[in-house]
Design a protein around this ligand. Structure first.
Ligand SMILES: NC(=O)CC[C@H](N)C(=O)O
Length: 202
C-alpha cells in the first residue's frame, strides 16, 4: 500500500489539522461526512472537538452504526481527545444520551484535568516512539481510568504533572490508538506516522 487513504471524521472539531498531519505522514487524507464515504477508506481519524456534539452528529448523519460496523471489522482508527472519548467502551461524566463506539476496552473520564483554564502542555515519553520526549498539548482533555487486558498503555502524565502524574493519556488496542492530547497541533508528526504505519499493516 503506497499512500493509504485515511479519512478524518469531518462533522466537528479540528479536522484541518489532522488532514495536514496525515498528508505529511505518508497518507492521502479525506474528510468523512456520509456513510458511503466510509467504505473507501483504509483508516479513520476522529479529531478533537466536543464529543457530545460529535455523538449527536454521528446519529444525524447516519454514520454511527456504519462506523461501529467498520470498526468491528477491523478498521484502523486513531482518536485525539474527543476522539479518544468516542472510541471508549465506557465514558464517565458525559450526557446520558451520549453515544460511543466501543472500539477500545477502556473507561474514559471527560474533562478529567478540569476546566478550559486548566488546559496545559507537558513533555512525555510515548511507548514505541523514539527520539525526544513528545510535547503533549492537553485542551480540556480526558484521561483513561481503566483499561482492559488487551489494551496497551502508550503514555502517562509524567511525575512533573502534579496531582495528575501517572494518569493514562495514550493507549492502543490492536489497530486502534487514542490520545488525550493533540499531536496534530504541534507539528510533531510521529503519532500520525505511527498510525499510518498501522494502517499500512507495518
Ligand atoms: N479538546 C477536546 O477534544 C475536548 C474534549 C471535550 N472536553 C469533550 O469532553 O468532548
Amino acid at each position: 500500500m503506497t499512500r493509504p487513504l485515511v479519512g478524518v471524521l469531518a462533522l466537528q472539531g479540528d479536522v484541518r489539522e489532522h488532514l495536514a498531519a496525515l498528508n505529511d505522514s505518508g497518507a492521502d487524507a479525506v474528510g468523512i461526512r456520509r456513510p458511503e464515504e466510509l467504505e473507501k477508506i483504509d483508516g479513520l481519524v476522529i479529531p478533537g472537538g466536543e464529543s457530545t456534539t460529535m455523538s449527536k452528529l454521528l446519529q444525524i448523519f447516519e454514520l454511527l452504526e456504519p462506523l461501529k460496523a467498520r470498526l468491528r471489522d477491523g478498521l484502523p482508527a486513531y482518536g485525539s481527545c474527543a476522539g479518544m472519548i468516542l472510541l471508549a467502551s465506557e465514558i464517565l461524566d458525559t450526557r446520558p444520551d451520549a453515544q460511543h463506539l466501543g472500539a477500545i476496552d477502556m473507561t474514559v473520564r471527560r474533562n478529567a484535568f478540569g476546566r478550559q483554564v486548566d488546559s496545559f502542555e507537558s513533555d512525555l515519553e510515548f511507548e514505541g516512539i523514539v527520539g525526544d520526549p513528545m510535547r503533549a498539548v492537553f485542551i480540556r482533555a480526558p484521561w483513561v481510568e481503566r483499561v482492559g487486558d488487551d489494551v496497551q498503555v502508550l503514555a502517562r502524565v509524567p511525575e512533573s504533572g502534579g496531582a495528575a502524574a501517572g494518569r493514562i493519556v495514550a493507549v492502543r488496542q490492536g489497530s486502534v490508538v487514542a490520545t488525550s492530547f493533540h499531536p496534530e497541533v504541534t507539528g510533531d508528526r510521529r503519532v500520525h506516522e505511527l498510525f499510518v504505519d498501522i494502517v499500512r499493516g507495518v
